[in-house]
Write a protein that binds this ligand. Structure first.
Ligand SMILES: [Zn+2]
Length: 262
């Protein structure tokens, strides 16, 4: 999962730079940008080092409800269907150096216990971050939602190897442009129906509390992982990994006896 504010500031910084603002002015956005670039998935900025890179990342090592996890249900509770009301399409797509993120136009909502979580963006990890009953998948999508006061909810979708996914194909077509203009947003052109098609028709899911899977690893994130995977072709999964040159999944974290409902 990604830190929304950081990425919107990256986009803002990119816009400022494009519009001719001087690089030598150290704005807060540039600081955020600098820090956001200062963690990764390999070498001395790999996940095991995240908490050493910035004091603000301390939860990455000290947290007790971290994500991702191996999802194994501990409690059968007849969960209600997710109250998703996606009515808007994509705004922009960005390669932020950690993942490919599709920003969603305002108006799509996930209602949880009377609170309105707005769909902000979705992005991908190869291979999957969460496992389901010990099984890892070639690709996982995270749909990131936030309330106006900053509470977070993620809906995760797994992709197993199989037929090419047509919506992913449309997104993947943008990869060459993203490489050319790394860090800047380009139009993506997905409709709300295409966004909804990235979720399975079988709506059974697991529910648990976790964290952002990227620094600052903040907790109290409401996780919902669909049980039924969609398909991604081998070529599509490989093309995503090739974009970054390495996997972008944080290792599995301890559940610390967390309740996982199904
Ligand atoms: Zn994610």
């Amino acid at each position: 999962m990604k830190k929304i504010t950081t990425y919107s500031t990256i986009a803002l910084t990119a816009l400022l730079l494009v519009s001719g603002c001087s690089k030598t002015v150290h704005t807060e956005e540039e600081e955020a940008h600098h820090h956001a670039k200062h963690w990764g998935y390999t070498g001395d900025v790999a996940p095991s080092h995240w908490s050493e890179l910035n004091k603000k990342f301390n939860m990455c090592s000290e947290g007790k409800q971290q994500s991702p996890i191996n999802v194994v249900a501990t409690k059968d509770v007849e969960l209600p269907a997710l109250d998703l009301n996606y009515t808007t399409g994509s705004e922009t797509i960005i390669d932020n150096g950690h993942t490919v993120q599709i920003n969603i136009a305002d108006g799509s909502v996930l209602n949880i216990d009377g609170a309105k979580y707005k769909l902000k963006q979705f992005h991908f990890h190869t291979p999957s971050e969460n496992n389901i009953n010990g099984k890892k998948f070639p690709l996982e999508a995270h749909f990131v939602h936030a309330t106006d006061d900053g509470k977070l909810a993620v809906v995760a979708v797994m992709f197993k190897e199989g037929a090419e996914n047509p919506v992913l194909a449309k997104i993947w077509k943008k990869f060459p442009t993203l490489k050319e203009k790394e860090g800047t947003a380009v139009k993506c052109g997905l409709t709300s129906d295409e966004v909804k098609a990235l979720m399975p028709t079988n709506k059974d899911y697991y529910k648990f509390t976790g964290s952002l899977t990227t620094p600052p690893c903040s907790e109290q994130v409401k996780w919902h992982v669909y049980k039924t995977p969609l398909t991604v072709s081998k070529e599509q999964a490989e093309k995503f990994t090739a974009l970054f040159g390495h996997p972008n999944n944080r290792p599995i974290q301890d559940t610390n006896k967390r309740v996982i409902e199904e």
